[in-house]
Design a protein around this ligand. Sequence first.
Ligand SMILES: C[S@@+](CC[C@H](N)C(=O)[O-])C[C@H]1O[C@@H](n2cnc3c(N)ncnc32)[C@H](O)[C@@H]1O
Length: 240
Amino acid sequence: MTTTPSDLWHHYGRTRAERDRAVPDAFRWNWGQDGGPGPEVLGDLSGLVVGDLGSGAARHAAHLVSHHEPARVVAVDASPGQHELAVDLFGHLAPRLRIVPSDAVSHLRAAAGTYDVLYSVFGALDFTDPPDLLSAAASALKPGGRLVFSTLAHYLGGAPAQPDVVASAVPAKTPEGEASTLRRWVLQEHVWMKVLDEAGFTDTSVDVLPSASEGPRVADTLLIRAVSVQGRRSDAGPAG
Ligand SMILES: C[S@@+](CC[C@H](N)C(=O)[O-])C[C@H]1O[C@@H](n2cnc3c(N)ncnc32)[C@H](O)[C@@H]1O
């Protein structure tokens, strides 16, 4: 017998959605969503196919289709609750915003060579086995395709990130409010560089975005950019 896993993201962003249904004016990468660089980090998106991995309520994706000129943004999220929230808030932005209920790894594996740009803001990259997700992302990117994501630079509370590809259990809640846990990968800079390299990315750069505020739940952010090696090889053209 198989059982459907509980949706541990059901409650995320729900309170905000009750009072704020607007397409955000800004797109931020940092943990506090209150400073640092914006969507310019993604480059010129005009005419490009863009994917948001672990898009939640799709606020970042809605911003991009409303304030930039991508051909489309595909907002992928595995949580039924987040998918429902995103469709309710931003379904009217279809067809340039496509809201897809799927695990990011299976979506990317079925989309070889589809995307110009993939990004994630504390999304699927933080909560999915990195080698699995990164190799699927490398193959879903077109020649020259770019991956950009933000992730925690250290644990909330200040403990250092992991020196190896190791997940930790973090608290979560079932839709019924029962306590549970989910896996989160909080990795040191050099560990991300290594897994990206092994998954088929090159030209990786990492910026640390310091927290713009103070308090017990604040955190610094790693903003990581990389280019698919498959893309680079195709750029170079056939040998001989
Ligand atoms: C912390 S929330 C961030 C949501 C959104 N990026 C934002 O900034 O508001 C993490 C999201 O990643 C999604 N997620 C985690 N692992 C995923 C996976 N493997 N595939 C698709 N979505 C995933 C969760 O369902 C959740 O909505």
